[in-house]
Write a protein that binds this ligand. Structure first.
Ligand SMILES: *Cc1c(COP(=O)(O)O)cnc(C)c1O
Length: 374
């Protein structure tokens, strides 16, 4: 069976480096807010090309605390509208409602799965204060165009870069376009810790300081509390693991691009719709870091079964759109045709930096032998 993702194999490649880093933390006797976190923050900020990085406990907190910090700083208030993609992982939207702001769900561009500048511009009202573009599946949004819309209407931009570490457009990486960007280092992400972890990147020092305080009980100076904060910190152990993995991120991404490239050139089946990439060679397409390789089929259930019988495990990202979730029952009447079509047709093929050529070929053959008898 080709597993959808084998985290054990992924981390085994760096086992000795991880263990060495782990021992260093154990022997340091210092486990929260120390040298490893500071070093990772500075290394990840420089990887993204920004001035500041603030480690937090996970990706959802990175989003939630950034919005909260903008409220503290007087740039957002409860009831403000935030433009979010209707087609996203629910965390992007939870961060908005947790802060009592109003998510305005906008249909994605069908070809990129992402928010487009035009859809955003059409959704702007007097109450719109922020855009939350999600670089879904590892593909960075058209950020130059989105920033033009944001600047035109004076809107804050918070990127959700949880799936797109290292993705780049117009020479700038995800995490370096918006006024801030949220990252997740959940183990299955392209840059994955060995537990929960997250971070915010930004060029704005005041914002970085405020997020750091909010995630540390609202405190900048010990036992001196400015805000009713929370405890959301990146810990020394995960930071040490991430420093090892960050050193290999670009090599890992190159392998993922090679797998995507092999799929794109090898899979030829009218019944399957492959991801569209700008430029012809997925290997050199820097916009995409292939967190997921998502194809579409009108006969999804039959395709899943067919692949499974040939030893290929697949997953669906995501089976239920946010507006159809019980958690957002208030949106039960919303109809979002593109988003619903995407959710009904997508299926994710295995893709990772540990796949062998044999496994890639097996997936290609399994896809090509699928016949859609309608
Ligand atoms: C994973 C993910 C998150 C949340 O990250 P966690 O670390 O799991 O909290 C947010 N947004 C998107 C798009 C994600 O894929």
């Amino acid at each position: 069976m080709i597993n959808f993702l084998n985290l054990k194999d992924i981390n085994a490649r760096y086992r000795s480096e991880l263990i060495e880093a782990c021992s260093k933390v154990i022997d340091s006797g210092w486990y929260i807010s120390g040298k490893e976190v500071a070093a990772f923050e500075s290394e990840f900020a420089s990887y993204c090309g920004v001035r500041h990085c603030v480690g937090v406990a996970n990706g959802l907190d990175a989003l939630t605390l950034t919005i909260r910090a903008w409220k503290v700083l007087g740039l957002l208030k409860e009831g403000d509208e935030v433009i979010v993609p209707a087609n996203t992982y629910i965390a992007s939207i939870l961060a908005v409602t947790e802060n009592n702001l109003v998510p305005v769900l906008v249909e994605p561009e069908e070809f990129s799965f992402n928010l487009g500048a035009e859809g955003i511009a059409n959704a702007v009202t007097d109450r719109t204060k922020m855009i939350l573009p999600v670089h879904l599946y590892g593909r960075i949004c058209n950020m130059p165009a989105i920033m033009d819309v944001a600047n035109k209407y004076g809107l804050l931009v918070l990127e959700d870069s949880a799936q797109s570490h290292g993705a780049m457009i117009a020479g700038k990486k995800a995490g370096n376009w918006g006024h801030a960007s949220a990252f997740s280092f959940y183990p299955g992400k392209n840059l994955g810790a060995l537990g929960d972890a997250g971070a915010v990147t930004t060029d704005n020092e005041t914002l970085a300081d405020t997020i750091r305080a909010l995630g540390n009980y609202g405190s900048k100076v010990k036992y001196n509390n400015l805000y009713k904060g929370v405890n959301s910190r990146l810990d020394e152990m995960q930071a040490a693991m991430l420093r090892v993995k960050l050193r290999h991120l670009d090599d890992d991404t190159a392998i993922r691009r090679a797998v995507a490239s092999a799929y794109i050139s090898g899979i030829k089946n009218e019944a399957l719709q492959l991801p569209l990439v700008s430029g012809t060679d997925a290997k050199v397409c820097s916009e995409h870091v292939w967190h997921l390789f998502v194809i579409r089929s009108k006969k999804r259930q039959a395709l899943i079964q067919h692949l499974k019988e040939r030893g290929v495990e697949t997953l669906i990202h995501y089976p239920i759109p946010p507006h159809k979730q019980q958690a957002y029952a208030e949106w039960g009447d919303l109809q979002l045709a593109i988003t619903e079509r995407i959710h009904a047709e997508v299926i994710s093929l295995p893709i990772s930096q540990t796949m062998t050529n044999e496994e890639i070929e097996l997936v290609v053959h399994a896809c090509n032998s699928f016949q859609c008898e309608s």
